[in-house]
Design a protein around this ligand. Structure first.
Ligand code: FES
Length: 68
């Protein structure tokens, strides 16, 4: 069950994660990845949070790999 992040564009947390995996680093990139742009902008903060979470996890993974 996925959480809807953007109700205007029907983008859920997995869709945001997919976009980040493909290199999106700003909420605008995430919208562009899915072929849309912001409507109300309400989802911006949530998208930013998911990007931060995901990129942070990646950095930790890289750090752990480097430490091995
Ligand atoms: S909730 Fe994403 S643009 Fe409105």
């Amino acid at each position: 069950m996925h959480m809807i992040v953007c109700v205007c564009r029907n983008i859920n947390d997995k869709a945001v994660a997919d976009a980040v995996d493909s290199g999106a680093r700003r909420p605008r990139d995430v919208q562009a990845f899915h072929g849309c742009s912001f409507s109300c902008g309400m989802c911006k903060a949530t998208i930013e949070e998911i990007i931060a979470q995901k990129t942070q996890t990646k950095q930790e993974e890289a750090f752990l790999l480097a430490a091995e």
